[in-house]
Design a protein around this ligand. Sequence first.
Ligand SMILES: [Zn+2]
Length: 212
Amino acid sequence: MNPRSRKMKLLAMLPRRWVLTNAGRRSRALYLTFDDGPHPAHTPLLLDLLAEYGAKASFFVVGSRVEDYPVLAQRIVDEGHLLGNHSYSHPQFAHLRLPEQVAEAQRTDEVLASFDGHRRHLFRPPRGHVSARMLWYFARHRIPLALWSYDSLDYARPDVDAIVAMAHRHPSRAGDLILMHDDDSLSLAWLRAMLPVWKARGFSFEALPFNA
Ligand SMILES: [Zn+2]
């Protein structure tokens, strides 16, 4: 297991205004990001834990799930976190044509605008699927694709001890975008273990900066 994939290292070579994999090393911030929510059982507990640490994060939500749980989307915004766009129905992007991919993103932008007032949002394609055409489209519309530099591997679903041990073997670095998922309890257990470690190392926890 390694949290830093070859694909993300390659994408990190592109300009940051096109593809965001890390936020730069200038501050001591880590950028916690959660995909696939909001989830009625797990998202509230995560928000409670983040509040305990005064931590801000970014939630790449699925538009249809926001429609199912609007109270949770509102809570994410009210507590100072960023809403990011993770498509409307979380389809296999590799199987869609560009206009279908764009429609998924636009529909969710409209849903999210009613919570945060922003017209556009950072976009994270399902499964981190990136194609040249998609890259060109979003770059032209000045919407960075927000991927990650550090994968918690929480979706691989080994036990939490295994991913905590991996995180100790491969420490996070300033500016890392850390990928987690809030549709399962594993990220909560992992964060409970990691937040005190990161805090002791002097990291702060910030939402990604993007307002459009
Ligand atoms: Zn996803």
